[in-house]
Write a protein that binds this ligand. Sequence first.
Ligand code: ADP
Ligand code: ADP
Length: 218
Amino acid sequence: MSEKRTYVVLLGVPGAGKGTQAKLLEQSTGLPQISTGDIFRYNLKNQTELGKLAKSYMDRGDLVPDDVTIRMVEDRLQQPDCSCGAIMDGFPRNLIQAAAFDQMTAPYGGVHVTPLIQVDDDETIRRITGRRSCRTCGAVYHVLYNPPKVEGVCDVDGGELYQRDDDKEDTVRNRLFVYYKQTSPLIGYYFAKGLLREIDGAQSIEDVHSALMAVVTS
Ligand code: ADP
Ligand code: ADP
């Protein structure tokens, strides 16, 4: 077997706080955040072949096909910054992707832990509809819960903040449906492996981070 790596899989409904927490974990642990949504959005913005392929699925709030997504993650995990592991944000998102991820990580000791960030549906909707994202660096804000210092401007790099097209109401409803149908079975899958840890996502961003650090480092 190759050297052990630390792969953390963040689970939770869209809007639970996975991206926010993945960025904080990246700072605290040094493991890179791998957000499949961010990678797709980057490709969309730059009109690559991958971006053109992903667009119609993302616009509807459906999952991009597994073969494309899995290949994209395999490539990303081979980058040098992933040599100690990674914080997975938005992948795996169904049982096929989870099985593929098990295969990819098996030589390095498999998945370390899968924290489930739990938030109720009303709060999820409030979080998604108030979410604003930086066009250039992908930093995430909330108009009420986590506003930038200057309205509409990213604290990190001064980029423009915008509302994602798929954060509008119709698409959000479909994304939640897709989550319950395709992604939520991962909860049972990882529970059976003894990897699931439940985290109360209704706490402040800082308190969720502390709770996550406790399970990631144990
Ligand atoms: P959220 O953070 O709100 O859950 P993401 O940024 O993770 O949303 O995902 C946005 C969209 O990108 C999804 O609705 C889907 O179309 C696509 N996507 C992201 N990750 C995956 C994945 N692992 N498999 C398939 N599609 C994905
Ligand atoms: P996900 O990646 O799971 O879709 P995000 O990290 O993008 O979720 O968070 C969704 C929205 O909720 C963002 O606007 C973010 O600023 C906000 N948010 C995240 N965590 C919290 C929290 N603990 N309390 C209040 N708002 C939060």
